[in-house]
Design a protein around this ligand. Structure first.
Ligand code: MN
Length: 246
């Protein structure tokens, strides 16, 4: 049997001829997540943006792993900051669901992979903070182009990986190329977590919880480059493997 991988949904809307409508999961790009989980041996299962705690608790008992998907910015009130003028769109329902389900998944000792916004949810759910907009909040060093305009299949910046971390163990490299589509980043790392990777400008690209088998956050989009990127494949395989033996 394949492990059931819960993947969090999104309140995605588009403004089309004056009408706001919800985007389908295909339009959001969840196809790539589904493909990566399926190809790596998991069974993807979408978690809707439910609010009732008892529903989330019931769902958690059926999952073998949790995949926190990309999406809008997290409401900075969750990390005790006021909104910066360059804060992007926020998604209140996704915030509420993901912050709750992340805590429950940690309590249940489930493997967790947080992607892009997911690394940020992992950090904030555990008491860390974020840069709301790295480009205007960091002036001490010139930043890289973390919001690439190239497709996700194109890898655009390098990243240094800390030896001795699970991420290093999984990828067996001290430097790899990644794609990059974010304007926020981890600022203060949550207690108990450690940094696993940084871009050459110092921006945190990975964190993990060393006390657990697989609680990993990545700032890049391995699902987007999965097709041809062997390191993205290794990362998903390690996640599904951890969920399989859990
Ligand atoms: Mn980046």
């Amino acid at each position: 049997m394949r492990p059931i991988i819960g993947m969090t949904g999104t309140t995605a809307t588009t403004f089309d001829q004056g009408i706001t409508r919800l985007l389908s999961t295909q339009e959001v790009g969840y196809r790539t997540y589904v493909h990566a989980v399926t190809t790596s041996g998991g069974a993807p299962f979408f978690i809707p943006l439910v609010r009732e705690q008892s529903v989330i608790e019931s769902l958690i008992t059926k999952l073998d792993g949790l995949l926190l998907t990309g999406g809008a910015d997290i409401n900075p009130l969750y990390f005790h900051s006021e909104p910066h003028p360059n804060l992007g769109m926020i998604d209140q329902e996704k915030d509420e669901l993901e912050l709750r389900i992340t805590k429950l998944a940690l309590d249940a000792n489930l493997p967790i992979l947080g992607i892009c916004r997911g690394i940020q949810v992992l950090n904030v759910a555990n008491g860390g903070t974020l840069y709301q907009d790295i480009f205007s909040e960091i002036s001490t060093t010139p930043l890289l182009k973390h919001r690439q305009q190239a497709p996700m299949t194109t890898l655009t910046h390098s990243m240094q990986i800390e030896p001795g971390t699970y991420l290093h163990e999984i990828l067996q490299q001290t430097s790899i190329l990644v794609n990059s589509h974010h304007h926020q980043a981890v600022k203060d790392v949550a207690p108990g977590f450690r940094i696993t990777a940084r871009a050459t400008d110092g921006i945190i690209e990975g964190i993990e919880l060393p006390s657990r088998k697989f609680v990993v956050g990545v700032q890049w989009h391995p699902e987007g480059s999965f097709q041809e990127d062997v390191y993205a494949q290794h990362l998903f395989q390690a996640f599904i493997q951890a969920a399989t033996v859990a």
